[in-house]
Write a protein that binds this ligand. Structure first.
Ligand code: FNR
Length: 346
């Protein structure tokens, strides 16, 4: 394997410097949203957090009808992770894990289909903490390092992690320096502590200190509350002195935040999103969830209420005048074989 200092990393091609990144978001960061973010100008897109043992039970299948690679849960036929050629060089899969062996097993399963692997070290949810995953790893640096080292040493794609900060800047700096010794390619930092919530101010000065003290790219995160337009992203980056920026909530509500030359109105963003949802046979429930997060208070309008009653993709699409588009695609897919999502025979 080429060493980092040689400057040539043939295999580890993804570069995290000066990038605009779609943050990992459970249920939001599925394939349609990732492709949309790339269309609008994101350079790298992270998947939603996928829990290692769920992934371990899945099987890899080429889906010729959709042109995707699917990882399917054979017990119920659901799609654990779906990806395609278009995002292959830009998609990073985020894993929820507390175990180096399991993390490596899953990473090996997807290594040839994705551009990078990220380890979630920031999730403050009870489920993650109890399982020793997410932010729990911040308090067990030896465990965290064992996972990262295992991946760095055995994969040909780059490895990163996404952390939260500690209340004390020096503790945080010690942690990131320690994590960086494993050979990770970049580190994403959400500038809040484990107990701080989205309404708390983001600690941009801590991110800046981290950026100043590490040699690897630092990806600043946590700025969405102040990000209403593209120029705000640049301001946030400036304030954090970071190499790259990662955006969650601002993209969740209007993914066109990534557009350098101005945002699109929500109507058109939803239409763009729905086309991808149809093209990649996204589940109606996941599609509905993502559109709900875009609509927010508009769900209270008569049209919003009609939307909430929808149960199929076609019904959802009809509200945005894409009913025909949806029907035609679904007929096309049916004629080529059964829809990917229902294709599984255990
Ligand atoms: C998140 N976040 C998150 N973080 C993570 O590491 N893995 C995940 O799966 C998720 N899931 C998730 C879902 C949703 C709906 C939201 C809003 C957030 C946290 C997210 O990546 C980010 O760290 C924070 O939202 C702060 O960044 P913003 O929102 O200020 O850009």
């Amino acid at each position: 394997k080429m060493t980092k200092s040689s400057g040539i990393q043939c295999e580890k091609s993804l570069n995290y410097e000066n990038k605009l990144i779609l943050a990992p978001m459970v249920r939001v960061g599925t394939l349609p949203m990732r492709l949309l973010a790339l269309d609008y100008g994101a350079d790298i897109v992270y998947s939603e957090e996928l829990i290692d043992w769920k992934f371990m039970k899945s099987v890899r299948r080429i889906n010729d009808v959709l042109g995707t690679v699917d990882f399917l849960d054979l017990s119920d036929g659901t799609v654990v992770f779906r990806t395609c050629e278009k995002e292959k060089d830009k998609v990073v899969v985020q894993l929820g894990t507390c175990d180096a062996q399991r993390a490596l097993f899953v990473a090996k399963l997807i290594e040839n289909d994705v551009a990078g692997i990220d380890i979630n070290m920031g999730c403050p949810k009870e489920f993650s903490l109890k399982g020793g995953m997410g932010a729990a790893l911040l308090y067990h640096p030896e465990k965290a390092k064992s996972i990262l080292s295992m991946l760095v040493q055995n994969l040909k794609i780059p490895v990163t992690c996404k952390i939260r900060v500690f209340d004390n800047v020096h503790d945080t700096l010690n942690l990131v320096k320690d994590l960086a010794t494993t050979g990770i390619s970049a580190i994403a930092v959400h500038g809040r502590t484990k107990t701080e919530r989205p309404q708390h101010p983001n600690r941009c000065t801590t991110i800046k200190r981290i950026a100043e003290s590490l040699d690897i790219p630092v990806i600043a995160n946590g700025g969405s509350r102040e990000i209403d337009r593209y120029s705000d992203i640049l301001k946030f980056k400036e304030e954090c002195g970071s190499s790259s920026v990662m955006i969650a909530r601002a993209a969740e509500t209007n993914c066109s935040i990534f557009r350098r030359h101005g945002m699109k109105d929500l109507e058109n963003v939803i239409k763009d999103y729905l086309k991808y949802a149809v093209d990649y046979d996204n589940s109606p429930s996941n599609t509905k969830y993502c559109v709900q997060n875009m609509l927010r208070e508009l769900q209270e309008t008569p049209r919003g209420k009609k939307f909430l009653e929808c149960q199929t993709l076609e019904q959802i699409c009809a509200i945005w005048n894409l009913g025909d588009y949806c029907r035609k695609k679904q007929l096309e897919y049916q004629s080529k074989g059964i829809l990917g999502r229902r294709e599984v025979t255990p």
